[in-house]
Design a binder for this molecule. Structure first.
Ligand SMILES: Nc1ncnc2c1ncn2[C@@H]1O[C@H](COP(=O)(O)OP(=O)(O)OP(=O)(O)O)[C@@H](O)[C@H]1O
Length: 343
């Protein structure tokens, strides 16, 4: 369906998209994930035809899009800033693309109604767009992008401004809807939860380049670098020298998975792999801030040296703030990452 070949965009001296290769298959949902400024929006705008390339190619169904204007690319777009028509009502906005495609009025109205139901705005068709909240406007923009059933649907932070419970519901409904319609989707988001829930495949960007791609499970289980690990919210990363079944780190010896070759690395220890026991065994730490996360408590542990360690504790096992504890690590929750300089 979509292929980028060494796609490059420069703004002055800054390379926003740096020779990016990416394929999106028919019916696939790909989410591009990355911090602010990593080039996600530029990638989307380039595919849409809103941003010319300085190098490389973009192909849709095998055809080079260099000379194809935005409205002939057959892609549906929803950008962060909505771009709704403020003086028209909700239904007219949702049906905009359908009108452009010559869909008769009756069908437009029933389709607009269906889509408004889907995005959680049932019966809102006659409301003025200017009277809606930001989140409601975003839902209208989503309904409008979906209405013409585009071959490739592109979403920029599709659920960014919505409240959490609506977002969680919508993400499930969207995934189900995209599957049912067979829509091919390229979405960008900085929210990993959203990307992981929506995507068949996740692409992580850093400084205009793709730094990792894989299924949500692959990326979650095996982040390719400390950058990806940190971006996913895993902060227990420490420099390490593997000497056998364990590694020397600032936290002392940390066990590593069987078969890890000797050498220098960074290690990620998932918070679930941090075991807290009595102060007589393991790495001596002082218990710092504890944050209630619903099903568990996140506990910060301050060792005498090395970075702070985050542990995930069951509610009943959570140690008191200021307590002195001993910490050990479970090899099953240790991920070996490339060393810092090449990560
Ligand atoms: N029109 C422009 N002119 C100059 N620089 C730009 C322009 N658009 C983007 N950039 C720069 O290109 C880089 C990538 O920007 P881009 O908007 O693609 O990132 P992003 O990952 O989408 O960020 P965000 O999550 O904040 O939207 C940034 O350094 C940005 O400042």
């Amino acid at each position: 369906m979509l292929a980028l070949e060494a796609a490059t965009v420069r703004f002055g001296g800054r390379t926003a998209l740096d020779a990016v290769d990416l394929e999106v298959a028919d019916h696939e949902t790909v989410c591009v994930l990355g911090p602010s400024g990593s080039g996600k929006s530029t990638l989307l705008r380039a595919v849409a035809g809103l941003q010319p390339l300085d190098g490389g190619r973009i192909l849709l169904d095998g055809a080079d899009q260099a000379a194809v204007p935005v409205h002939r690319r057959g892609v549906g777009l929803m950008f962060q800033d909505h771009q709704l028509f403020p003086h028209q009502d909700v239904a007219t906005n949702v049906a905009f693309g359908l009108r452009m495609h010559g869909v008769p009025r009756g069908e437009r109205e029933s389709r607009a109604g269906e889509l408004l139901d889907l995005v959680g705005l049932p019966g809102a068709g006659r409301r003025a767009v200017s009277a809606l909240s930001g989140g409601e406007q975003q839902r209208v923009a989503l309904a409008r992008a979906l209405a013409p059933r585009p071959g490739l649907l592109m979403l920029d932070e599709p659920l960014g401004q919505l409240d959490r419970s609506l977002r969680e519901r919508l993400v499930v409904e969207l995934r189900e809807l995209f599957g049912r319609l067979g829509t091919t989707v390229l979405a960008v988001t900085h929210d990993q939860g959203e990307a992981f829930a929506l995507a068949d495949r996740v692409v992580v960007m850093r400084d205009g380049r793709i730094t990792q791609t894989g299924t949500p499970l692959e990326v979650w289980q095996r982040p390719a670098s400390a950058f990806v690990a940190r971006f996913l919210g895993f902060d227990n990363v420490v420099e390490a020298t593997v000497t056998g079944a364990a590694a020397d780190t600032a936290w002392g010896e940390v066990p590593v998975p069987d078969g890890t070759p000797r050498g220098r690395y960074e290690l990620l220890v998932r918070p679930t792999g941090v075991r807290i026991g009595g102060p007589e065994a393991g790495l001596r730490c002082t218990v710092g801030a504890r944050t209630f996360r619903g099903h568990h408590v996140s506990v910060l542990l301050h060792p005498g040296r090395g970075p702070v360690i985050e542990a995930e504790c069951a509610l009943r096992d959570t140690p008191g703030e200021g307590a002195s504890v001993g910490v050990t690590f479970d090899a099953a929750d240790v991920v070996v990452l490339p060393p810092a300089k090449t990560a």
